[in-house]
Design a protein around this ligand. Structure first.
Ligand SMILES: *Cc1c(COP(=O)(O)O)cnc(C)c1O
Length: 381
């Protein structure tokens, strides 16, 4: 099956008890047993839930994995992955990664004896120098948030595999419609389904999809043992969102390309970060591993001050000033004070995350209206 067909049908069959075409929201915590141990495969809803199972099977199909494991948020999914490790193990992660991913490693897991290293991964050959005998997990984010740098998944996963190091790719920004890390050699792919998969900014959910059954079993064990599961209503919303994933992401990509070009020619915009530009350092790799360049564009201002960024951020009318991304509506955000506020300023500046950096998540509105909205906001500078 090809992508759009899988998005709509994988994991979803008419409900066996009623024939309901759409997977029902199984809002129950427990299931009746005919006799002790004699049940229909469902005992207790932390362990098994049919709505969640449908979503997990659907996500496994979209990412070409053997199984999906869903959690209450993207961070809960990452938390479960980190629980595969032991005290003394080291994680090597992309240096401009999602702020929450940096935070969970440094503020929580380092207290339990894990060590995190945050390194540039744009040159795959140079990642090797950061690996030690204790490195057990390579954490890749691409395109990165918010700088939209590109990491060569295939090259890094190949090197990690030779050394027996697990790899996980945070595929939130690309979505499975644009990029399938498991096909490029990754062991795990993680999603904040809150973003493109859900697609309507109405729920929070996370998922891991894996290539090998052994890893799936370990993650299902952690899912049940730690209990960070999503509720059935949230699973239903993400399943419904996925049915239009290909349409939404395609449209967002087309509009993002136009908006990136508009910004590039604007005299008050300074750097414009968009992997679709042929002079973007990761362009060739993006072209190789992604089907399109994504719906995110970041830029900073000629006159790089937070005050100037604020003028734009507070003057758009269609772009809503809010955290998050990947919904049908366009959002505008200020990483330095919002999503990345937990990263120290020196760390931010090293990767170009300046005080005036603005991040756009392009939705599926008419692109002409989005460009006029930015045009109007620029007049306040
Ligand atoms: C939002 C996000 C997360 C965290 O997901 P939640 O669902 O908010 O917990 C992780 N990685 C990336 C790239 C994100 O954008």
């Amino acid at each position: 099956m090809k992508f759009a067909t899988k998005a709509i049908h994988a994991g979803v069959t008419p409900d066996p008890s009623t024939g309901a075409v759409m997977t029902p929201i199984y809002q129950t915590s427990t299931y009746a047993q005919a006799a002790p141990g004699d049940h229909k495969g469902y005992e207790y809803a932390r362990t098994q839930n049919p709505t969640r199972h449908a979503l997990e099977a659907n996500l496994a199909a979209l990412e070409n994995g053997v199984d999906g494991i869903c959690f209450g948020s993207g961070m809960a999914a990452m938390d479960a992955i980190l629980k595969l490790l032991n005290a003394g193990d080291e994680v090597v992660a992309t240096n401009d990664l999602y702020g929450g991913s940096y935070r969970i490693i440094t503020k929580i897991y380092e207290r339990f004896g894990l060590k995190g290293h945050f390194v540039p991964m744009y040159d795959a050959a140079r990642v090797e120098q950061y690996l030690t005998k204790n490195t057990k997990l390579l954490w890749i984010e691409t395109p990165t948030n918010p700088m939209l740098n590109i990491v060569d998944i295939e090259a890094i996963c190949k090197m990690a595999r030779e050394k027996g190091i697990l790899t996980c790719v945070d595929n939130t920004f690309a979505s499975p419609y644009l990029q399938n890390p498991l096909d490029l050699g990754a062991d795990m792919v993680v999603h904040s389904a809150t973003k493109y998969l859900g697609g309507h900014s109405d729920t929070v959910l996370g998922a891991v999809v894996v290539k090998e059954q052994e890893l799936a079993d370990r993650l299902h064990f952690i899912q049940n043992a730690s209990g960070g599961v999503p509720g059935p209503m949230d699973c239903f919303l993400v399943l419904r969102g996925i049915k239009t994933l290909h349409l939404r992401v395609q449209r967002a990509c087309e509009s993002a390309e136009k908006i990136a070009n508009y910004l590039k020619s604007h005299p008050k915009a300074h750097h414009v970060y968009y992997p679709g530009f042929t002079d973007h350092p990761g362009h060739a790799v993006a072209k190789k591993q992604m089907r399109h360049f994504g719906g995110m564009v970041s830029f900073d201002l000629e006159n790089d001050t937070f005050e100037n960024a604020k003028k734009i951020l507070s003057k758009t009318e269609i772009f809503t000033l809010a955290e998050s991304l990947g919904g049908v509506e366009s959002l505008i955000g200020h990483p330095a004070s919002m999503t990345h506020a937990s990263i120290p300023k020196e760390e931010r500046m090293k990767v170009g995350l300046t005080d005036s950096l603005i991040r756009l998540s392009i939705g599926v509105e008419d692109v002409e209206d989005l460009i006029s909205d930015l045009e109007r906001a620029f007049t306040f500078l």
